[in-house]
Design a protein around this ligand. Structure first.
Ligand SMILES: [Zn+2]
Length: 224
């Protein structure tokens, strides 16, 4: 697992060179944003190295490469950790049909039930929950209110250049293949741009500092 310090409060953890999770520092320990897959031991070790426990696991969405280590983490950390998942994606995982038709992307079976369902405007420590549906029905992003670092999940990817996940992009085609609603996804990209983030962090790709113009260009290239 590759570890990169992004801000004084945020560390990016990269698994298999293509999927990111993030440790966000709070007074009582870490919020882990997303879990990659088969990464529980490595994620716990990264928190140990940074000398604080994982207190919460907050998920941007329900796809397998983001929830993939959740059950193993829950098994290791038990009740010491609170699990937070966007409401619609949690209902999908619970077997509910929340939208018409088949959902693209991987929705592995989860044993772990979330302790809290996330809605837009909720707070998770210093993070504000921002609705960003489209890639999945319930997808959320997290804005660190301390310094406007944005954790945008799979609304955007940043390999090569910033791209909206609503259309094929050769540098990382998997995200678009897993996207549920193309027009909602680009509308979410616009909403995230309007937050004027200082740093853009995503599920797949490196951090982008001062990302405004790069996100504008990505929205420009994306079909509406
Ligand atoms: Zn995804």
């Amino acid at each position: 697992m590759k570890t990169s310090t992004i801000t004084p409060n945020v560390t990016q953890l990269t698994r298999f060179r293509f999927v990111n999770a993030f440790l966000v520092r709070e007074e009582d320990g870490f919020t882990l944003v997303d879990t990659a897959m088969r990464a529980a031991d490595a994620l716990i070790e990264a928190a140990d190295v940074a000398r604080a426990p994982i207190r919460r696991i907050a998920l941007t969405h329900g796809h397998g490469d983001h929830v993939g280590s959740l059950d193993a983490l829950k098994e290791r950390l038990g009740d010491a950790v609170e699990v937070l998942m966007p409401e619609l994606d949690a209902r999908i995982h619970a077997g509910e049909q929340v939208v018409q038709g088949k959902l693209p992307g991987s929705w592995p079976k989860l044993e772990t039930k979330p302790d809290r369902l996330l809605q837009a405007g909720d707070r998770v420590g210093s993070l504000e929950v921002v609705a960003s549906p489209g890639h999945t029905p319930g997808h959320v992003s997290f804005l660190d209110t301390r310094d406007r670092t944005l954790l945008a999940g799979d609304v955007l990817t940043t390999y090569g250049s910033v791209a909206v996940t609503n259309h094929f992009y050769w540098r990382f085609p998997f995200a678009a293949m897993a996207t549920w609603d193309k027009s909602k996804d680009v509308a979410s990209a616009r909403a995230l741009r309007a937050l004027d983030p200082a740093i853009l962090l995503v599920g797949h790709g490196p951090p982008v500092r001062d990302p405004g113009r790069a996100i504008d260009a990505a929205i420009e290239r994306a079909p509406s």
